[in-house]
Design a protein around this ligand. Structure first.
Ligand code: ZN
Length: 323
């Protein structure tokens, strides 16, 4: 009982940039806190209103996130940005609350083997642990929003297809923790657009009160097509990473998250508002290669915007082979 697809296309979308967390976490060069802060200021000045700034994990596990507490204490507050962080346990939640976090992202994988590989426990064990974290946050900092992120929601690199019932089961646990927003993550870029549409239709029917978000990876070039499929189902909340940073540990060399500037470009071309200044975003993306020490995966940084017109010379290009 859902309406025709394009009736649901949102006019405005919230884009959460995850470059400082998902983008940087596997980078070899340790990015200094001051460099992260400078990038966050650029994102905020470009109008990005939601930033996943870090994760509160053990510094030995993810050295790149060892500065989570000091980073969050120093983020600029004058732009009205909502800052979020990923965390796996109670200790992480205590640190995030103490550092003044606005929103906490709790993650489990829909498939057991990915959850084992990532967190060394089954999905059910993780959900039980996250329920304790959620109870703590509700008690200690009721103003902090809890968002449930379901990794491998569209496929698992070890198990392949993930049954819809697995998603529903995990989402029921998130709902029991009091979450109203659930982000479906295509962690290793296995989703296709029809599957995204089908999955969202089924989940919307099953959980009509949930606000859905999508966290898409472009591992196989389907990231923006999958985002479009989400838009057709009314999804108005997307994660993306500046410069498309954020690798996949199971596919070395693969491209990462969908690039924030590519997503924003597509949305603006389709008349969907984001509140983001695309030129300022592209300028911010251009600072990334110097930070990470390698090129970035960004179509609009490479090719420019659709609206960047080229001077017309008035004569046919001699070398044009007419493709
Ligand atoms: Zn990601």
């Amino acid at each position: 009982m859902h309406s025709a697809p394009d009736a649901a296309i949102p006019r405005r979308v919230i884009v959460t940039d995850v470059v400082c967390r998902d983008g940087f976490q596997d980078e070899k060069r340790i990015i200094a806190t001051t460099e992260k802060l400078a990038l966050i200021v650029r994102l905020a000045e470009a109008g990005v209103s939601s930033i996943e700034a870090t994760s509160f994990v053990h510094p030995k596990v993810v050295p790149q996130m060892a500065d989570a507490d000091t980073l969050l204490a120093r983020v600029p507050r004058e732009y009205g940005v909502r800052y979020s962080a990923l965390l796996p346990n109670l200790r992480g939640a205590e640190r995030a609350v103490a550092a003044g976090i606005d929103e906490i992202h709790l993650v489990v994988s829909a498939s057991d083997s990915h959850n084992q590989a990532n967190l060394n426990r089954t999905t059910a064990q993780s959900l039980a642990q996250l329920a304790e974290v959620a109870a703590y946050v509700r008690r200690a900092a009721p103003e902090v929003e809890l968002v449930g992120t379901l990794a491998t929601a569209f496929g698992c690199p070890f198990e392949g297809d993930v049954p819809l019932e697995r998603l529903c089961w995990a989402i029921e646990h998130f709902r029991a923790m009091g979450m109203t927003c659930v982000v479906l993550a295509d962690t290793t870029g296995m989703a296709n657009p029809l599957q995204v549409g089908r999955t969202l239709r089924a989940l919307r029917a099953r959980f009509p009160l949930v606000e859905w978000g999508l966290h898409l990876h472009n591992t196989r070039g389907l990231g923006l097509a999958n985002a479009y499929a989400g838009l057709l189902e009314g999804v108005a909340r997307f994660d993306a990473s500046l410069g498309g940073l954020g690798g996949c540990p199971f596919a070395p060399g693969a491209t990462g998250n969908i690039a924030t500037e590519d997503l924003v470009h597509m949305l603006h071309e389709m008349g969907i508002a984001t509140g983001i200044d695309l030129d300022a975003l592209i300028a911010a993306a251009r600072t990334l290669p110097a930070l990470v020490g390698h090129p970035i995966e960004s179509a609009v940084v490479r090719g420019g915007k659709t609206r960047d017109l080229h001077p017309f010379a008035g004569v046919p290009l001699a070398q044009s082979a007419g493709c």
